[in-house]
Design a protein. Sequence first.
Length: 349
Amino acid sequence: MTELAALVKRAGARFGRAVDAVELGGVLPEALHKVAVAKMRELRAQLDTCVVGPRALVPKEARESAVEVEVEGGALVTFYKSGLGLREVRKLQKAAKVQTESEEESDKRKTKSRPVPEDELSRRKRARAEGGLPDIEIEHVKDVYDAIAPHWHGTRYKAWPQVEAFVRGLAPGSLVGDFGCGNGKNLPSCNENGIGLGCDFSAGLVKICADLGHEVSVADATRLPYRDNVFDAALSIAVLHHISTDARRVQLIAETMRTLRVGGRALFYAWAQEQDEGVSGHRFSEADVFVPWHLRGQDCVFDRYCHVYQRGELEALFQQIPGVCIERSYYDCGNWCVIARKEGTSPRS
C-alpha cells in the first residue's frame, strides 16, 4: 500500500465513514502523494472518497460533485462524496473503469495520425547547419516533448514487460545505458541489479528524471557523450521512430553499439506500421506521419513526427553496420524489436 492509500484510509477511519484510494493506471510518484493527501484534507468536509485517476472513473451517481485535481507532474486525483460503503464503492469504480477504457479506446480511433506532406517532409529533413538536427526533429520531436513533458510523465509509469525482462536477464552489476530515456521509467529496473545511465534530447524530460534521482544528461542519441566499449547493455526504446532519415537511423544504431563492450547487447523498439487490430488505437496509412498529442483541458494539439516501420525494415538498418549481430527480432505490442550484440569490430558513426 502506498503512502497515499495508507493516509487516505487512516483519514477514513477518523471520519467514521468509507474512504478509498484506488490506484488506476499506475502509481503516483512518491513526491506527489503529500500534494494529493493535502488536497483531500482540504476538501474532507464535503468529500469522503479519493480516486487516483480522472473524474470519468468516478461512479456516475457521484460525478456531478466530483473534484478533479491535476497535481504537479500531470497526474490526476479525483475526490468525491460517495455515501456508500467501501465494497459498493469499489464495485462501482470497477464498472466505471471498464466503461472508461472503452470510451478511451473509441477516442483513440477518432484521433488519427496524418501523413506528413511530401514537400514539407523533404524541406524539414534538411539538417540545420549549427546542430545537424533536421528541422522536423527539432520542431516535431524535441520541442514537442519539452512542451508536454509533465503530462507525458503523468501517463508513463513503468517499463514494458519485455524491456524489463531484458534488463533483469543481464548479469549483476551491469552498466546499462538508456539512450532516449524519456521520463526514466526503465531506469529503476536498470538500477535494481546494476547501474543505469540515461540521456534524452528533451531537457524537460531530463529534468523530470533528475528530480527523481536518476543519473541523466541531455544528449542526442546519434552523437552520444560516452566512451567506446563502456556499457554492458543499452536500451533504445521508442526512439528510432522519431528519426527522420535512414542515414540518421543507421547513425543512431551505430552510436549505440559503439558504446557497448564486445559481447554487449542492446534492445531497440520502434513503432510498427502493422498494428494489432483491437489493441492499438493507431492506424497508419503512410510511413511518415504526424501523431497528435492532446493536453488534457487544453485545445492545443502537438504533432509528433514518427516514421513507422514495416516488417523487415528495422533489421535492414543493422545489416549496414559492421561488427553487429542480430540475436533476435520480434513484434511486441505494436512495435518491431531487435536485440543486437556487438562483435569484435567497433562500429563507428
